[in-house]
Write a protein that binds this ligand. Sequence first.
Ligand code: AMP
Ligand code: ZN
Length: 460
Amino acid sequence: MEIVFFNTLGREYQRFEPLEDVVKIYCCGPTVYHFAHLGNFRSYIFEDILVRFLRKSGFSVKHVMNITDVGHLVSDADEGEDKMVLAAKREKKDVLEIARFYSDVFFDDARKLNILKPDIVCRATEHIPQMISLIKKLEARGFTYFAGGNVYFDTSKFPDYSKLRAGQDKSSVARVEEDPNKKNQEDFVLWFTKSKYRDHILLWDSPWGLGYPGWHIECSAMAMTHLGETLDIHCGGVDHIPIHHTNEIAQSECATGKLFSRFWLHNEFVLFNNDKMSKSKGSIVTVSDIDSKGFDPLDYRYLCLLVHYRTQLNFTEETLKSARTARQNLVLTLAKFLAENRLSVSQIESTSSFKYLSTVAEDLNTPKLLGQIWTDIENLTVDTVSSILEIDEVLGLNLKSKIILCSTLDTQAQEIAAQREISRKNKRFEESDKLRDVLTEKGYLVFDTNQGQIVLNRNI
Ligand code: AMP
Ligand code: ZN
């Protein structure tokens, strides 16, 4: 099976094969200063689909994600205060308490979205020695300069500096303030020792003085610590292309002389009220927001699958409702088919879902895959059910457990259904209609088929 991904590096579709036995994937993780919003989670859902797909295709995968708990300033271009420090002040808590709290919430939300935990989750504050040694390497190779108390990366020394963002819209490279210490405004800080924000709480000793790392060096150091000098795939949102990932490439490739990542995959934004969903733009929606409105977080996962990861996704409550209806109908249709055929999920043997998998192999084309599933569902067979359940290991919609839930009646509903069966046998149709209404009221769907009555739970 040919796997093709759109590589931001080169801006073209390229055939994917790992360099070695294990596919090495690095994903930029959350800065744990606030709740992650649904826009952020689009990144993690897309990365989860990627990892699940590669595993299902027979590869071993090592998936690394970082947690940024220091060094990410308010602007990606080295401006403003550290987001973690700001949060600590806002909430009158210790920075580490803030980091622990928001990373716990992050993993809780990720679990609700059925996102598998990466093989390695690494924290910036636990990799300071590796960052320092990477900066020393860059210094020894002549790629840095010291000015105004900070260590800068000299972008003029790396001719390929703009290779990732070639052809990209540069309007997103916003610069708030000019830094007089920089030789070129695109240079960036590797290590801060002086900042106008003198109350930076997290400080470490270094050859350049007491200070803290820049955000970009964190990812390079952690990626190389856990995956080696060349990665197979690096992921993140499109906003990271012009600065963060461009800088990661510069530092890593200048330190090692090797290609940093063979593939760069970027997801497009989630829009909300016609703008990028972002805390700084005002309004965000979180997993607990949709949870408290009665949605299943998997409704959002389904919505993400409906839109290709490189297309913008316009989030509204209406689109989420449609996704919920489609997801529930998928489960109900499968559950009804199994009930009609007197089969349980555990009796469905797995088959090779090559047709479906090869659709995902086309740059993770999940919208096309869902289209195929909905077409195939019109003439369901046991084999199709088997293929759908199989590909759900990639989609992650928890179809098996949802089908079981859908087919499970509480004790009261079981009793009513049994009574209704008797009234139908005895042709007491008025009574049977009333009992159907009671079941409907309780959230069940009742179907009268040639094989008898089928009652399914709608709250899935
Ligand atoms: P951050 O915590 O801001 O570093 O963001 C975490 C991830 O979410 C990054 O990969 C961002 O590119 C991505 N991201 C941020 N906002 C959005 C959005 N509105 N839509 C999609 N992805 C986003
Ligand atoms: Zn990163």
